[in-house]
Design a protein around this ligand. Structure first.
Ligand SMILES: [Zn+2]
Ligand SMILES: [Zn+2]
Length: 366
């Protein structure tokens, strides 16, 4: 049995998102079907569309969904039809990383989030003619009216109405990653310096989190003045425009040796800049999707420096997303300032605006 749905299908590498009818499997015993109310667009969706993640086409992407539970499988215990939920990434729930509260480091992370299909290889989405479509993107493929997922992907948000679900959708990936790398991984102490390279969704979330942690100074580096203005509003105490200023010289002037660097662009020259900026005991977290070769010199990182790739900010969505929602309600994490809503039909405009830097975080309303 399948459920007829409308989904944003990408037919070829670099192609546009086209809404068309698809059939989605009814939930297996451990699965849940969610009616999607809103879905954020993240740069990872665009990277997947462009073939950089090795996905098969045609495919349905989308990994920042929020909506209402429609159907639950017979083994699903903690979620019921009608529950309002935010969707996040997939993890197995059984490996030592999952058991230890670090699902972003799940041994099955790649298969569960980038596998095109269920872990047993079966497809979840089909064309009207019955041909398989790549699904299970981040365990959800939520750029669609309905998403088939599992209980572990779902964070209940009890009393949220549709507008709140549209706001909370964006917490599932980029915002969680940026805030998580600061609060879960770098853990700046009050008055330790933190520099963010790239003030998009991930970078701005890192800035808000740095302010929460009491880091100082907080510096944002970008080349788009609009983003730098927003960075200042959200907590950056200094901003540097890389097109107009010598970033290294300015950082030495403002901060000296940087305690914590957050690199979100994935560009090798910026990664180089970020890793060189940190002091002898500094940390650099790399979050950008990179297809560049990155060379690290024999002297860098030094013996007491830490340079690492961050996956989802080492967040456990079940705990971290409710924490971010509480911080937002208390006015300490104003991530709503990043968001612009679009009707789902304007998906390709939303993607373009995101790439052009006109919109930080597009969210589609279904
Ligand atoms: Zn696991
Ligand atoms: Zn993402």
């Amino acid at each position: 049995m399948t459920v007829r749905s409308r989904a944003a299908v990408v037919h070829q590498r670099g192609g546009s998102f086209t809404f068309e009818d698809v059939e989605i499997d009814n939930p297996r015993p451990d699965e849940v079907l969610v009616r999607i109310i809103a879905c954020g667009i993240c740069h990872t969706d665009i990277a997947a569309r462009d073939g950089l993640l090795g996905m098969e086409f045609p495919a349905v992407f989308g990994h920042e969904g929020a909506g209402v539970v429609e159907i639950v499988g017979t083994e699903v215990a903690g979620i019921r039809p009608g529950d309002k939920v935010v969707l996040s990434f997939s993890s197995c729930g059984e490996c030592s990383s999952c058991a230890g509260g670090h699902p972003a480091h799940c041994v099955a992370f790649d298969e569960l989030n980038f596998g095109d299909a269920r872990i047993d290889g079966t497809s979840t989405i089909w064309t009207a003619k019955g041909e398989p479509v790549g699904g299970c993107f981040f365990g959800q493929s939520s750029l669609a009216d309905n998403a088939l997922t599992r209980e572990r992907n779902l964070i209940p948000v009890d009393d949220a109405d549709d507008d709140e679900l549209a706001l909370l959708a964006s917490l599932g990936c980029g915002i969680q990653a940026g805030a998580g790398t600061v609060l879960n991984e770098l853990r700046p102490q009050p008055n330790e310096s933190l520099v963010v390279f790239g003030a998009g969704t991930v970078g701005l979330a890192a800035i808000m989190a740095a302010r929460l942690a009491g880091a100082a100074p907080i510096v944002a580096v970008d080349i788009v003045s609009l983003r730098l203005e927003l960075a200042r509003e959200l907590g950056a105490t200094f901003v540097i425009n890389g097109l107009k200023e010598d970033v290294g010289a300015r950082l030495r002037e403002i901060v000296g040796d940087v305690d914590h660097a957050v690199e979100t662009t994935g560009l090798s020259r910026v990664i180089d800049q970020a890793t060189r900026s940190i002091g002898p005991r500094g940390n650099a977290s790399l979050l950008g999707i990179s297809t560049d070769e990155v060379a690290i010199s024999p002297k860098s990182p030094g013996p007491h420096q830490r340079v690492f790739y961050s996956v989802a900010g080492d967040s456990d969505p079940q705990r971290f997303i409710p924490f971010l929602i509480r911080c937002h309600k208390e006015g300490k994490f104003p991530f709503d300032k990043l968001i612009r809503e679009y009707p789902a039909s304007e998906i390709n405009t939303a993607v373009k605006d995101s790439l052009d830097g006109v919109t930080i975080k597009p969210v589609l309303r279904f």
